[in-house]
Design a protein around this ligand. Structure first.
Ligand code: GLN
Length: 537
């Protein structure tokens, strides 16, 4: 079967949930036995989101092959349980970069290099790339931004060209719009949808399906009106109401028959109804918890929860696995001090210290860790959280005054966390950290080993600094064990504290691999430890 292409665009406003709609549709098609992947095209000029502040763009999601990507790729993986790669996220910057590099190499010698056809050709090449691997029946392409924005025009133009080139039944365009409710008038309004579809049509792309985000049920007569004004069939005007959880959306879209509309438009072979038993089972456990825990998330980007998207979702998966409601409580690490830490963190059943960069809030994180360590509260450190736990231990248990990470203090007398040799010469930013999947060997008999139930694991990384192995012996002697080691380099990937109910910290990012069908063992066991702590309190 030739690969079919679905394009998802958005209009009226951003934040309508294109990523979740794309992932939900992909889930439904996958559950019917099609092999599906999703890619995201972002209109900004950065080559990738790796250099963006989390406050700007939320979390930077890292793939197995070490690409720094948009957080929507995390949703794709969590919904589909299939890994994405470098090829699944393309920005305007990447497109221009490739074209400009080629121009310098003389690929266009004698020609004026222009948006059409050179930029659009490169966009089309990238849009078709995953389909050409032969691995997928269907490729869903989500176009970031809003239709009508100057910066997304070349993407829309590429979609227009591709629709002609590939033929009518080979592509399907789904446009996501907003149908707002005007309280004073007591009415849902279709005008913004009409305008946004007109914008899209003016660019030469007629959508096949409209997904209408609304806070109220969109009745049939309104769907009829939208269909009439927007040149789509009435049964292809689909409502998307606010959901209790994003994981409800596949079932909501199933009810609205989004998958059926797509199958009919693309003339896909008829397959059995989607097999969603395990998904529903997950939702059942998620919505019927039998216990509850309070977990503190200590970080410096806590004002924007999207900055920790994968961690939040990993807790949803782990909570469901334990039939336990996980209440995440957010703590700005900058505000924590020796004087207020006990009062501020009182009542928590577990403390997680989050990943991050730079000195701001580092001290507060250490206070939270000391509090968890001394009071036997389950503690989980991730990346900077792990580095912080190591520095805290060096200072407060080993008595190494001024111990630090060289990220925070280049002249520390005790560089517990230090730059890897290979990182010292690098000055360029973007794609230069230790990124992507690396193997890790767990020590038999350790807590880490019992959590994973095996000794060989692979996890994803995104950091420059590492545990300094000259300190391993001193740490182990005092009860902080290095129980996960990279087999090739000897780098420390996990530390865990003896004589503490649950104190585990990882240099890598386990949250990136947690999915609905495969909740991550570190998160499920951490939640379990928090449940036990609650019981014993
Ligand atoms: N700033 C630390 C480093 O670069 C940790 C990074 C992170 O938490 N992702 O090593």
């Amino acid at each position: 079967m030739a690969t079919k292409y679905i394009f998802v665009t958005g209009g009226v406003t951003s934040s309508l949930g294109k990523g979740i709609i794309s992932a939900s549709l992909a889930k439904l098609l996958q559950a019917r036995g099609f092999s599906v992947t999703i890619q995201k095209f972002d209109p900004y000029i950065n080559i990738d989101p790796g250099t963006l502040n989390p406050y700007e763009h939320g979390e930077c999601y890292v793939t197995e092959d070490g690409a720094e990507t948009d957080l929507d790729l995390g949703h794709y993986e969590r919904f589909l349980n299939v890994a994405t790669s470098q090829a699944n996220n393309v920005t305007t910057g990447r497109i221009y970069y490739n074209v400009i590099m080629q121009e310098r190499e003389g690929a266009y010698l004698g020609k004026t290099v222009q948006v059409i056809p050179h930029i659009t050709d490169e966009i089309k090449r990238r849009m078709l790339l995953l389909g050409q691997t032969g691995e997928y029946d269907i490729v869903i392409t989500e176009i970031g931004g809003c239709v009508g924005d100057i910066e997304s025009l070349p993407f829309i133009e590429a979609v227009r060209q591709l629709r002609w080139e590939l033929g009518v039944n080979e592509t399907c365009v789904i446009h996501l719009t907003l149908v707002p409710y005007l309280k004073a008038a007591g009415e849902l309004k279709t005008k913004p949808t009409q305008h946004s579809v007109r914008d899209l049509s003016e660019a030469g792309v007629q959508p096949d399906i409209l997904v209408c985000r609304s806070e109220h049920h969109v009745p049939m007569d309104l769907r009829k009106k939208i269909a009439l004004f927007c040149n789509v069939k009435q049964n292809s005007v689909i409502e998307s109401l606010d959901a209790e959880t994003i994981y409800d959306v596949p079932l909501m879209m199933r009810k609205e028959k989004l998958d059926e509309r797509v199958i009919s438009k693309l003339k896909l072979p008829h397959r059995a109804d989607p097999e969603l038993d395990r998904w529903k089972e997950f939702l059942g456990r998620l919505k019927n918890p039998t216990s509850e825990v309070n977990i503190g998330l200590v970080g410096k980007y806590v004002e924007l929860h999207d900055a920790y998207k994968s961690i939040v979702e990993a807790f949803v998966h782990a909570g469901a696995a334990n039939e336990c409601k996980v209440n995440l409580k957010w703590f700005q690490s900058e505000n924590l001090s020796d004087e207020n830490v006990a009062a501020t963190l009182a009542g928590l059943d577990g403390i997680l210290v989050a990943p991050g960069f730079g000195e701001r809030g580092f001290k507060g994180k250490m206070e939270a860790i000391r509090y968890a360590r001394e009071n036997n509260i389950p503690f989980f450190g991730i990346c900077l959280g792990m580095q912080c736990a190591a520095v805290e231990f060096a200072r407060n248990v080993l008595g190494l005054e001024g111990a630090n990470s060289t990220e925070m203090d280049a002249d520390t007398p005790h560089p517990i966390i230090d730059l890897m040799e290979g990182q010292k010469e690098i000055t360029q930013k973007g794609g230069t950290m230790r990124l992507g999947a690396y193997a890790c060997e767990l020590k038999k008999g350790s807590k880490a080993y019992s959590i994973y139930g095996k000794s060989k694991i692979s996890e994803r990384h995104r950091h420059r600094y590492e545990f300094n192995n000259t300190y391993i012996a001193a740490f182990e002697e005092a009860g902080m064990l290095a129980t996960g080691i990279n087999p090739e380099t000897g780098l420390v990937e996990i530390i865990e504290l003896q004589n503490h109910p649950w104190f585990v910290a990882a240099q890598y990012h386990p949250e990136l691999k947690s999915t609905v069908l495969n909740p991550h063992p570190l998160f499920t066991k951490f939640v379990k430890a928090a449940m036990n702590y609650t019981r014993n309190k």
